[in-house]
Design a protein around this ligand. Structure first.
Ligand SMILES: *Cc1c(COP(=O)(O)O)cnc(C)c1O
Length: 389
């Protein structure tokens, strides 16, 4: 079967016990386990408000849309974002009739604060920062810029489950981001099937998310006004056309079963990264590495290198039973976002030269030896040691 880029590992017995509990109780929808997971995630991260939803995509869509409405942003207003991400990040901006303005990345593959500053205009309302591969990059500098310039900040933490700073704090907490959105999609660090959470310190935002994610239904207004005696439980108000973005108890049960393993899994991911790096750092001219700042304890969702002939290396690895991936093709290469083409040279360079190597609990030290051996052979012998730059 070869060595795949990703393979989720589940605590099968614990997952089944959670699912069994849902089935026996006859409760597989919203509530029950979803509430239990929200509490667990609050405790794990320190985010004040946590709402369990069906994906990170749903969360980012709601994050941008809600802020646009609440703060009176106009169609065509700008949100600064990165070209190097899964398209969800930028679709969230376009979906709300706002314009994604692309700033460039730095050697952490995250947004470069200097480039962000250069792209701020009178129309700029917010920045979306992607913690690429679990890396915090120079997020704290972006936080500072946003606070100084009065911009909202959304953290796309799809790769960041379990990422911390060295002092133990979680990126996006303590008012650093206005909204933080995680993904628990099938191959992310805390895998379920599909789900995620949207987190904020603002109870006002949290309340809107809960309505918006459930068709715009508001049970609370009736509960507060008419429903004093606990009667009319079937009555609710509908404030606007919402979506159906809520999570369910089956997925939340799996998330609860997996959460106790997240830190241990991430520690193993970092060990894999170190084994890869020990070999690759011997070839600094041929193999480019990603900079993880000293204060970042990364979730190591991805391990990436840069090589001159990326496509050739991919084919060579495939023919030897190793199946790496590419994260990502610059979004400015896609028709939707081609207006930004050529404006982010660093992102374009990475887009053409980056490879994501196998990174999951099933990869062994022997596998890393095999994979690094193939890569060194390809780069140093087959491609005769040609330089990356
Ligand atoms: C996976 C991913 C998403 C989308 O997450 P879903 O839960 O699948 O919607 C968004 N942004 C990034 C950077 C991702 O990797």
């Amino acid at each position: 079967m070869g060595i795949q880029l990703f393979k989720a590992s589940f605590d099968v017995e614990a997952c089944l016990a959670q699912v069994r509990e849902c089935l026996e109780k006859g409760w597989t929808g919203m509530g029950f386990k979803t509430v239990e997971f929200e509490e667990a995630w609050k405790k794990y991260t320190g985010h004040k408000c946590v709402y369990y939803i069906n994906s990170n995509t749903a969360g980012l869509y709601m994050a941008v849309d809600t802020m646009k409405e609440l703060y009176g942003w106009k169609d065509g207003d700008e949100v600064i974002s990165t070209p190097l991400t899964f398209i969800t990040t930028n679709h969230a901006i376009a979906k709300s009739n706002l314009k994604a303005v692309f700033a460039d990345i730095d050697d952490t593959l995250c947004l470069d604060p200097k480039s962000v500053e250069e792209h701020i205009t009178e129309k700029t309302k917010a920045v979306i920062f992607v913690g690429f591969g679990g890396n915090t990059g120079r997020f704290k500098e972006i936080v500072k810029i946003c606070k100084e310039r009065g911009l909202k900040l959304i953290l796309d933490a799809a790769h960041m489950s379990g990422t911390r700073y060295k002092d133990g704090s979680i990126p996006g907490t303590n008012g650093d981001a206005d909204i933080t959105v995680y993904s628990f999609q099938a191959v992310k660090n805390l895998p379920t099937g599909d789900s995620g959470v949207i987190c904020t310190d603002s109870e006002e935002l949290d309340e809107i998310f809960r309505k918006k994610a459930w068709l715009g239904i508001n049970k609370d207004t009736y509960a507060r006004t008419i429903n004093k005696e606990g009667t009319y439980k079937w009555k609710y108000d509908v404030e606007y056309v919402g979506d159906k973005y809520n999570g369910n108890a089956i997925m939340a049960g799996i998330a609860l079963a997996q959460l106790p393993h997240l830190d241990r899994d991430n520690a193993y991911r970092r060990a894999l990264a170190q084994w890869y790096t020990e070999v690759f750092s011997q070839y600094p001219n041929q193999i480019g590495l990603v900079n993880v700042p000293n204060d970042c304890v990364t979730s190591q969702h991805l391990y990436q290198i840069l090589v001159k002939d990326r496509d050739g290396l991919m084919m060579y690895l495939n023919s030897n039973g190793v199946y790496p991936g590419v994260h990502y093709v610059a979004n400015t290469d896609y028709r939707m976002y081609e207006y930004g083409k050529g404006t982010c040279p660093n992102a374009d360079f990475v887009s053409e030269h980056v490879v994501s190597l196998p990174m999951h609990m099933g990869v062994t030290f022997e596998d890393v030896k095999y994979i690094t051996g193939l890569i060194v052979k390809y780069v140093m012998e087959i491609r005769k040691g040609e330089y990356l730059k």
